[in-house]
Write a protein that binds this ligand. Structure first.
Ligand code: MLC
Ligand code: AMP
Length: 507
């Protein structure tokens, strides 16, 4: 028996392989047969390279159906997919490539110069290009490959993907996810979210993170459901497509932006069955506004790169109501506990660290055994770094994070990383990055820093230097040069006081 995730997804393709599987915002239609053939060709190309077992295929390309098919082809051929945010710049990419040592790198043609330089010097043998208009060397080469391919036989514990998640200290860690991690989660969600024949998903999320790559994509594929594929999020376009769809998934920012569209109404959502939100806290205001404007109750769920989905509000009324301000119940098969500082189990209603176990929990961090050990308890529970409680009715509520992390528009920004770059700026003595509320992104980073004695620092110059080095979503939205930073008696910077001071900067 093949435990290849691709095989399970393909088994769900509808009988009519000529039906539309993906409709794009550029007016293209891809049939299920197209997915089958193109993934075979790409898988044959990868296999023709003679890559070793477990080889990584690192991909930093704009969203396209071909990019999605490259993911499926990597699974199909038995290699390990490593998606990279398109906003990452050279220093960020260099770290991932040097750390993961991919055998193949696929990048945008416009980035070939600098990406290939990094890749070849890290020992990568093959660098291909792919752009959103279906051109580039990857497809040119695949065009010569057969459209028949027998999927690689995998063991459940074999790696399917590595997702890099930044560390609160030090460098990013690659979470190793297996075929079984992803398949078990997809099957649970198919049932728990009541995927039905005839469902149509609007896919508007990026495909380099868990939400767009796994939750949305696997959800549609494992139900044989058509996707309306948007190359990026555009509120007006989503609104226009809503009447043709039944399922939508988004980070809270997408819901905030849709609510700003005057055309959003009960009528525009008349055919919709399910709205799913996650990746960041959904404000109660967004939850209730959405109910009023559309008549639909958003289903909020909670997950992580290391675990895929962990908890979810119910879909079926018989499983309970969807409660705003909560992330629902642990999914079937997921065990969740809340623990105190003394590592004792806490009672319902008590706030502590959330720990989880289940078939969805990742195998380990790539080549970081000590980090893996640190993040698991001795009895095998994964410490999420999220702080929360289980209420009297069994709903999980996330109230904060023990990890110093800012979630901005669904993207994670790790203050330690940004502070490191700021501290390298000539004349900076020390800095702190804090998250403050923001009406669009939920939370954004604000930098405060102090200058070395006698140095005049310009906040604009610091921001400009950061922009040249880091992905754009990591750039602090404001920067302040202060005479000193607030400290506790131990000399530690009191970020809570800074958050309080700047909490009304944008809201
Ligand atoms: C864009 N910008 C952001 C930002 N996105 N700033 C802070 N946070 C963000 N998330 C800034 C850019 O830096 C740029 O600034 C300006 O906005 C315009 O950039 P853009 O790329 O044109 O923005 P836009 O297309 O509007 O993107 C916004 C967005 C995007 C919300 C559509 O951020 C997005 O797709 N977010 C979803 C992320 C996601 O999928 N997360 C799932 C993680 S999985 P300037 O100054 O340069 O012009 C996970 C697990 C789980 O967490 O549970 O799901
Ligand atoms: P990532 O490392 O990008 O996968 O981000 C995972 C983190 O996103 C989790 O540890 C949570 O802090 C956060 N997260 C995901 N879903 C939710 C949610 N519904 N509410 C609050 N935080 C969430």
């Amino acid at each position: 028996m093949s435990n290849n995730l691709f095989v399970a997804l393909r088994e769900a393709f509808p009988q009519d392989l000529d039906a539309v599987a993906v409709e794009t915002d550029t007016g293209l239609n891809y049939s299920w047969r197209d997915l089958e053939r193109a993934t075979a060709m790409l898988a044959n190309l990868l296999q023709s390279l003679g890559l070793p077992r477990g080889a990584r295929v690192a991909v930093q390309v704009d969203k396209s159906v071909e990019a999605m098919m490259l993911y499926l082809a990597t699974l199909r051929a038995g290699y390990v997919f490593l998606p990279l945010n398109t906003a990452y710049q050279s220093a960020e990419i260099a770290y991932f490539v040097e750390n993961a040592e991919p055998a193949v790198v696929v990048c945008s043609p416009k980035n070939f110069g600098w990406v290939s330089k990094i890749a070849f010097s890290a020992g990568t043998h093959y660098v291909f290009t792919l752009d959103a208009e279906r051109s580039g060397t990857l497809l040119e080469r695949a065009a010569h490959c057969s459209d028949r391919h027998v999927p690689a036989v995998m063991q459940p514990d074999d790696l399917a993907a590595i997702l890099y998640t930044s560390g609160t200290t030090g460098r990013s860690k690659g979470a190793m996810l297996t075929h079984n991690n992803l398949l078990s989660n997809a099957l649970v969600l198919k049932d728990y979210w009541c995927w039905q024949p005839g469902d149509v998903l609007i896919h508007a999320l990026p495909i380099f993170h868990v939400h767009g790559l796994f939750v949305a994509l696997h959800g549609a594929l494992i139900n044989g459901s058509k996707m309306i594929w948007l190359s990026g999020f555009d509120a007006k376009l989503v609104l226009q497509k809503l009447p043709e769809a039944t399922v939508f998934m988004g980070v809270p920012t997408l819901y905030v932006r849709l609510l700003a569209e005057p055309g959003l109404s009960h009528d525009s959502c008349r055919n919709m069955r399910l709205f799913v939100a996650g990746s960041a806290p959904l404000l109660m205001e967004t939850f209730t506004d959405w109910q009023q404007r559309t008549g639909h109750t958003i289903l909020e769920r909670y997950g992580m790169s290391e675990t895929a989905m962990l908890t979810s509000n119910p879909c079926r009324p018989s499983d309970g109501e969807r409660r705003g301000g909560t992330v629902g119940f642990p999914l079937p098969g997921v065990a969740l506990r809340v623990r105190g500082d003394a590592e004792q189990d806490l009672a319902q209603g008590e706030i502590g660290g959330i720990e989880v176990k289940g078939p969805n929990v990742f195998k380990a961090y790539w080549r970081m055994p000590e980090k893996t050990k640190e993040e698991f308890t001795d009895d095998g529970w994964f410490k999420t770094g999220d702080v929360g409680l289980v209420d009297a009715r069994g709903y999980v509520c996330i109230v904060g994070r023990s990890k110093d992390l800012i979630i901005s528009g669904g993207y994670n920004v790790y203050p330690a990383e940004i502070e490191g770059y700021i501290n390298d700026f000539p004349g900076v003595a020390e800095s702190a990055l804090i998250g403050v509320p923001h009406p669009d992104f939920g939370e954004v980073g604000v930098a405060v820093l102090i200058a070395k004695t006698g140095v005049q620092l310009s906040a604009e110059a610091v921001l400009a230097a950061l922009k040249a080095q880091l992905a754009n979503f990591k750039i602090p939205k404001k920067c302040f040069v202060l005479p000193e930073l607030p400290r506790n008696t131990m000399g530690k910077v009191q970020k809570n006081l800074l958050r309080e001071q700047y909490k009304n900067l944008f809201c």
